[in-house]
Design a protein around this ligand. Sequence first.
Ligand SMILES: [Zn+2]
Length: 307
Amino acid sequence: MIRILLFLISLELISLAAFAQQHQVAITIDDLPRGGDNGPRDLASLRAMTAKLLDPLRGIPVIGFVNAGRAEALGDSGLQNILKLWLDHGATLGNHTWSHPDLNTVPLADYEADLLRGEPAITQALGARPVYFRHPFLHAGKDDATRRGLEGFLAEHHYRIAPVTLDNSDWMFAAAYAPALMTNPVLAARVRAAYLAYMDSIFAFFEQRGREVVGRDFPQTLLIHASQLNADAMPDLLAMMRRRGYRFVSLDDALKDDAYRLPDEYFGTGGFSWIHRWSKTKGMPPKGEPDEPAWIAEAYRKLRTVQ
Ligand SMILES: [Zn+2]
């Protein structure tokens, strides 16, 4: 009897474990070699930040989106040095334009030229052309003509668009965190704790909203930035995702899901989750994700005013 009971309990545990493993997420990291904060950009600092960011991600599929023009001070060899760290950790790389222009304000032709200018450094690192393109600010075209124009250009140049479903304001926390690290470690710890709670709420929101819009669970795509905050928080961030039942998949694998073939007819100035784009196309009433805490938004606003 006891054996049967133990057997039943173990079956229960196995099914619980299977249930807890139901979610999938592809981790994508933007603004390489560094973005979202104003931390130091000399080669040694960038190497240290990058190594710390990537160390807990060993064995987890990751794609990093590069802004080669934001690393000009490093020189070509400095940027290649950082990109090699990513490749050595098993990550792959995508194009995020040269200088991170805003498609809402820059003419399409200039934007396309900037995009192509960003390509050679990535090709050099990969030994092949990058496959994926990520729009800076997730701005994909303020009007239908711009959006379609860019999509045509990307197709012509054999790029696949890298969508984002788990969009968030990690950059706001990162901007507040980097200076606090230097002057106020108590505040830095508080920012990091608030960031982890916020990201947990972002996952909870988009899991639920994804089910409402897509009709089922599907592999999510997470966007975060190459910042000191994410370097320091990565072990806790990964623990949060595992606790929520996630396993990690590549962007390639996530995008095999038919959710990513849902109609997306959105154009406009907004830069937001593809879940919102699908919901708008379906004519569903909007539902926004959780806001960052007011004190983080305020700290970010003050930093912007000082800069
Ligand atoms: Zn970016």
